[in-house]
Ligand binder design. Structure first.
Ligand SMILES: [Mn+2]
Length: 243
């Protein structure tokens, strides 16, 4: 079976409960469409668990990109690191990530790791894809963290994928458009409660689109969808509620 989840944000306990619930095995594949780190309790442990699982594939979210933008390559010499450490760009990236986007726990845990462990994470994040497309039986899917926006196929062809697709949200007239013609789009990034209280903690399925960030780190729930049969699974969040 092929499963998709998103926005785990360090919620390792809920994630493990979900793997149990779907009886996830070596014969299954799981795609996680971004934001496994930041905000929640165990970001680095969760990331390492995913990195060590052959059949779990992470697609980049805006949080993984923010983290990557703040890391200096562990292979740099200490002189090179010192030169770069105080650059204006790096300081700005760190402010965005740690101060405004809940990166503090992740940064703290990362700094405690050995050189080897840091290098493994750095190399892993650098190679994450921003979009995945899969075909299953007669259905084709685009998996992306934020929103594919318009003209995704054109952008893929010209290899000019910007960070927009990690930050933008599916909203407004996007609901009525076929964002990527011929494809079902699966996206995370925006807790479904933001589309209305009636969607709190639930996957939204609308017009060839699935919005699957059920707000686990904000006290709602972790959602998971199985692409083979469209079954939806939920695990209750163990995090304090935002409201
Ligand atoms: Mn996000």
């Amino acid at each position: 079976m092929i499963y998709v989840m998103s926005d785990l944000h360090g919620c390792l306990s809920e994630f493990k409960k979900m793997l149990n619930k779907i009886s996830f095995s070596d014969n299954d594949i799981l795609y996680i469409i971004g934001d496994v780190i930041d905000r929640g309790p165990e970001p680095i442990k969760l990331l390492q668990f995913i990195m060590n699982s052959k059949n779990i594939h992470l697609i980049m979210g805006n949080h993984e990109e923010m983290m990557l933008n703040c890391l200096l390559s562990p292979s740099l010499s200490s002189e090179e690191r010192n030169d770069m450490k105080y650059s204006r760009d790096l300081q700005m990236n760190r402010t965005l990530w740690i101060l405004y986007n809940g990166g503090e726990n992740t940064a703290k845990d990362y700094n405690k790791l050995s050189y080897r462990e840091q290098k493994d994470i750095y190399d892993y994040l650098r190679l994450l894809k921003k979009v995945e497309n899969i075909q299953l039986k007669e259905k084709k899917y685009i998996l992306v963290h934020g929103s594919p926006g318009k003209c995704l196929e054109e952008k893929l062809k010209r290899k000019v994928l910007s960070s927009d697709i990690l930050w933008n949200r599916i909203e407004g007239e996007d609901f009525y458009d076929d964002l990527v013609s011929g494809y079902e789009v699966i996206a995370g990034h925006t807790p479904t409660i933001e589309y209305g209280k009636e969607y709190a903690g639930k996957i939204i399925e609308i017009n060839h689109k699935y919005l699957i960030d059920c707000g686990c780190v904000f006290g709602e729930s972790l959602g998971c969808i199985c692409l083979d049969n469209r079954a939806q699974y939920y695990v209750r969040s163990e995090q304090p509620s935002e409201i």
